[in-house]
Write a protein that binds this ligand. Structure first.
Ligand code: UDP
Ligand code: MG
Length: 324
């Protein structure tokens, strides 16, 4: 728990939104009474992740009637985790809750999270989804493989039940904001920090409106970022693959030489064909793997901003005009 931090806002609720025009009214309509009922000062940081629909203009309209709703608009779509980073940078609260905009994470749980943080004196409270039956079979399967792999590569603290619905104290958020990493995957980084934590379980609901903003391509990006940001183990696996294929080749060389010495010259087309394809495949995979790491080193040395804020309604008064 932060002792010395004095903040005018007790709670910041950070929500990345990408093309959520259809969900935003439902979200605000359900979130507001929950937050009003908590009896603490709060702000809602809605981060627009470069939406192409009317998400921003609708947020600005809603803000006219709810001054605690703050709109931070990014210049382009940078993805869920980077949008979350923008929200964490902007949030001023003594506690920060990150929550999805599609009401899959029930806002009512925020009260339990805050209570748990106070009562158990912890810095992180994870929203733990006991049941994912509302997600598609494909989503559950791919998520299962993702968390299984990450637990082995990153560490046993990775929970397959905890996504990005969580409460963090100011101390944790300050650490996250100071990370020099280009692509921190918060659901992996936060538990790795070792802050005292508690859990609150909830049932993951169905998306209230619109469709998932996580197509397969974004899931693959998240997976590659997760793999490379937490472990060099894939590189070691590449080395082992290389050693293994080298040993197999040694065996093949010996048997080839023996056959030659005995005068039994075999046609050998099939074995050559398979060996060339197999080795070529393994080499390309290992090269690609190296490329993934080098690409990230390259991005890190360029050190470009991960997102640019177009406007923040609490800082740029001109943006507040919903008539635009
Ligand atoms: N999101 C975002 N940028 C993106 C993709 C998603 O800010 O490029 C937001 C989205 O608006 C939502 C949250 O991230 O608030 C989770 O996305 P979604 O619900 O589509 O993912 P799913 O629940 O299907 O995994
Ligand atoms: Mg969702």
């Amino acid at each position: 728990m932060p002792q010395s931090f004095v903040s005018p806002v007790t709670l910041s609720v950070v929500t990345p939104m990408y093309n959520e025009r259809e969900a935003v009214d439902h979200f605000v309509g359900r979130l507001r009474p929950v937050l009003d009922g908590l009896g603490v000062t709060y702000e809602v940081v809605a981060v627009d992740d470069g939406s192409r629909d009317a998400t921003v203009s609708r947020l600005l309209q809603l803000r006219a009637d709810w001054s605690a709703l703050r709109v931070v608009a990014l210049r382009r779509n940078v993805g869920h985790q980077a949008a979350l980073a923008a929200g964490l940078q902007s949030a001023r609260g003594e506690f920060v809750v990150s929550i999805d905009a599609d009401l899959q994470d029930p806002p009512e749980v925020i009260g339990e999270m805050l209570a748990a943080a106070h009562e158990q004196r912890v810095d992180v409270v994870y929203g733990v989804r006991g049941d994912r039956s509302t997600d598609t079979v494909f989503k559950r399967r791919t998520a299962g493989i993702y968390y299984w792999t990450m637990r082995r590569l990153a560490g046993p603290w990775v929970s397959d039940q905890a996504g990005d619905f969580r409460l963090m104290s100011r101390a944790v958020v300050d650490v996250l904001n100071a990370l020099p990493e280009q692509n921190p995957i918060y659901r992996l980084v936060v538990p790795s920090l070792g802050f005292a934590s508690a859990e609150v379980s909830y049932v993951r609901a169905e998306r209230v409106a619109g469709e998932t903003k996580y197509p397969l391509s974004k899931m693959i990006k998240l997976t590659l970022d997760s793999l490379t940001s937490f472990s060099a183990a894939p590189l070691r696996i590449a080395t082992w693959l290389g050693i293994l294929s080298f040993l197999v080749c040694l065996g093949l060389i010996v048997s080839g030489l023996t056959a030659w010495a005995m005068g039994a010259v075999v046609p050998g087309w099939t074995s050559l064909y398979i060996a060339v394809l197999l080795l070529g495949g393994i080499q390309l995979i290992c090269l690609g793997l190296l490329g993934e790491y080098i690409g990230r080193i390259y991005a890190a040395t360029q050190n470009r901003p991960r997102f640019l804020v177009a406007f923040d309604t609490d800082k740029d008064a001109a943006a507040v005009d919903p008539a635009e």
